[in-house]
Design a protein around this ligand. Sequence first.
Ligand code: GDD
Ligand code: MN
Length: 407
Amino acid sequence: MPEVAVVVPTLNERGNLTALVEKVDRALIHRDYELIIVDDDSEDDTASYARQLAQSNPRIRIVQRIGRRGLSSAVVEGFLATSAPYLAVMDGDLQHDESVLPQMLAILETGQADLVVGTRNTLGGSVGSFAPHRVALSSLGRSLSRIVCKTELSDPMSGFFVIRRTVFDEVAHNLSLTGFKILVDIIASSDKPIRAGEVPYTFGERQYGESKLDTMVALEYILLLVDKLTSGWVPTTYLTFAAVGASGVLLNALLLRGLSETGLTFAVRQTIAGAVVIGCNFLLNNSVTFRLRRLRNRQRLIGFCMFFGACAVGLMLNVRLTELLNNGGLNASAAAAAGILAGSAWNYLVASLFVWRIARRAPAHREVESLQSQETADMTASLRRLDQQLKQPIGSPKPETIAHSRD
Ligand code: GDD
Ligand code: MN
């Protein structure tokens, strides 16, 4: 029975995996542990590679999530996939120092703490060669975390910690699962302060691949705080969607004014402005609101057509409802507000339930495997053909002919 599970969320970390497995193995040599890779269907086929490694290392387990994204939710699904009484999480890019894991576990085992965080901000710890803007962002995040967290930590932004299973289970149902900051999510979801310990370490350099943390991660963090402050009552994705919609209303007004000199009729000007606004809203929603389900290439085109259709219906709904309420005696601005809200809610429903649900990744591994084993595949194919030919009764058509007639 494993006493500790090390959960590693991965997104395109294939190049780091072999070293990671070796390092964790060396660090936890005296422990019964399992290493759970939670991969979000990485393009570089991290999951297949992990499976390959698992064939010769029974400690490795894999959770591959298809059509899902998000660091926090990946970590939580890893925690839920194990029975180990101690749950550790670390990055898959060798930036977290696995050699302090035994020290972190030892503190949990004394019973004096329920959570031990690998921290870069106390004596003995360091942010390493972290870019200055990342250090500033991290310290701003730390200050903001105090609004929602009852537990005082020197590095609440850390993605490297060990927690007692029983304590995690208590908060599991209250988590927001928004974004990158699972530790803030956990401590903010607990009604009482969590007894926490800290172990310093130096944040290492990424070996292969690139960081997935971008400017949008800051937005996700704000959304996490809003979610915590409102106890989950405000649908945070809708907030972003509505903000994009509001920027569209502004753009619409500007465009109308810009086109006023052209001599075009209002209907034509509004049609042009409306089309541009829907296009901009689509692109903004694709890269901000639904960034984790971002549509690319052909899917983006299909998604745009769907979004365009949805917005046209939304606009109709908006206008009809406004008319109806206004005729029913409601004053003009209240009726307009109700119309906008209904139209926007409709657009959001279609967008989140249909438009940004069509992304599918091509199964890259098949390509990789077929490239790797091209010779074997060729040999198998010729053997199969030979076999079929031998089985054919005399006078029946050749297998090739059958294959063609099926096309
Ligand atoms: N499954 C999954 N899904 N994994 C993800 C996702 C995702 O959407 N996004 C990122 N990851 C994985 C990466 O592959 C990596 O193993 C780990 O999560 C951290 O991502 P990085 O992109 O390397 O983040 P970072 O180095 O900029 O920041 C990390 O370290 C900081 C310091 O501890 C994160 O853990 C931060 O949360 C943390 O503050
Ligand atoms: Mn990293």
